[in-house]
Design a protein around this ligand. Structure first.
Ligand code: SF4
Ligand code: SF4
Ligand code: SF4
Length: 323
């Protein structure tokens, strides 16, 4: 797949269709690739990578990249295309300046899950019949492939590309995912148990802002959390109120726009399951306003920015109960 992608990118650069390519660049090790922009065939040959560790979503980078001169080629996985569609709807990217090639999705791997098995000094890995053979400084280790799958791919909602100019490989289908199972478990807890769960999770937050910075729904040029007069600008939370506040405000800001891309949880250095907060909002929107998937198309209106007489009344909160 990687070779096919590089070949096609070079063709589109050579014939002038695009002037730049966004994809993933090799890191220092075999597992730390990062999003990167390539301008020449030489750069693509030298640094471009697409493998089990290229989980990151490059859509958000297109907010700035699509405003530069010339067209950019973007390789988007199925989940990434939902983010890109949503960014078009919010007028955050210039569609005409992006040439999209849809590429197959995961499952991608999470190196932290490999390290959690006590495997260190990782150099490279091979997938042989669903077994990972991991070359390390200290010899070869093995583990089952499924044990290292990153969280967002475990609960994949769709293998279907919802926007593209061309595809490499076959398109997939929207999946019948189990992504709301954990939300239901939380709903079945008592209010105190839920509160305790979230306090335990959110108390680990170091306010590194990685979740906000990676989120394709967080593209405000002036974020409330960067307001120097707020008293909470770019600082670690000083108490539980501030810990809760950051996450509750952010979850409300992205409600109805969050595509459930899973990037916030993927990048959190404290392994806080942030996606569960957003999924609760998605599940409630589905139940109260009808099924809605942000980013699935370019025309539907988000239930939270639209009104119709069948909309639920505010009293629904009391009717549903708080326990
Ligand atoms: S990425 Fe994690 S630690 Fe960083 S601000 Fe977000 S929740 Fe907190
Ligand atoms: S809140 Fe998380 S899951 Fe939702 S769009 Fe942002 S990064 Fe993706
Ligand atoms: S937290 Fe709110 S204000 Fe800040 S970038 Fe996200 S949506 Fe915008």
């Amino acid at each position: 797949m990687q070779e096919t992608m590089i070949k096609r990118a070079k063709e589109l650069l050579a014939d002038g269709t695009v002037s730049r390519v966004i994809g993933w660049k090799k890191g220092e090790f075999g597992y730390d690739s990062t999003p990167a922009v390539f301008e020449t065939a030489e750069e693509l040959d030298r640094d471009f990578v697409f493998d089990d560790f290229t989980a990151s979503n490059v859509s958000k980078y297109l907010v700035k990249e699509s405003r530069k001169d010339g067209k950019i080629l973007a390789f988007l996985k199925p989940c990434d295309t939902y983010s890109f569609n949503q960014l078009i709807k919010e007028h955050r990217v210039i569609r005409e300046n992006v040439y999209i090639i849809g590429i197959p999705g995961g499952p991608k791997l999470d190196v932290e899950k490999i390290k959690a098995k006590g495997i260190t000094g990782i150099l490279n890995k091979k997938n042989e019949n669903y077994t990972l053979k991991i070359e390390t400084l200290y010899g070869t280790e093995t583990m089952m492939f499924y044990e290292a799958i990153c969280g967002k791919c475990q609960d994949c909602k769709s293998k279907k590309h919802v926007i593209y100019d061309e595809l490499i490989g076959e398109d997939g289908d929207v999946l019948d995912s189990s992504r709301f199972d954990m939300v239901e478990k939380l709903e079945n807890m008592t209010a105190q148990e839920r509160f305790d769960f979230w306090r335990e999770q959110l108390s680990k937050c170091i306010r590194c802002n990685a979740c906000r910075n990676v989120c394709p729904a967080c593209t405000c040029e002036k974020c409330v959390f960067d307001n120097p007069k707020s008293g909470i600008e770019n600082k670690a939370p000083s108490d539980s109120f501030e810990e809760n506040m950051f996450h509750i405000i952010r979850a409300f800001h992205v409600a109805g726009r969050c595509t459930d891309c899973g990037e916030c949880s993927r990048v959190c250095p404290q392994n806080i399951p942030l996606h569960l907060l957003n999924r609760k909002f998605i599940k409630d929107i589905n139940e109260l306003y009808g099924e809605y998937q942000a980013g699935a198309d370019l025309t539907s209106k988000s239930p939270l920015t639209d009104y119709d007489t069948n909309d639920c009344e505010p009293s629904i909160v009391h009717e549903r109960g708080v326990e």
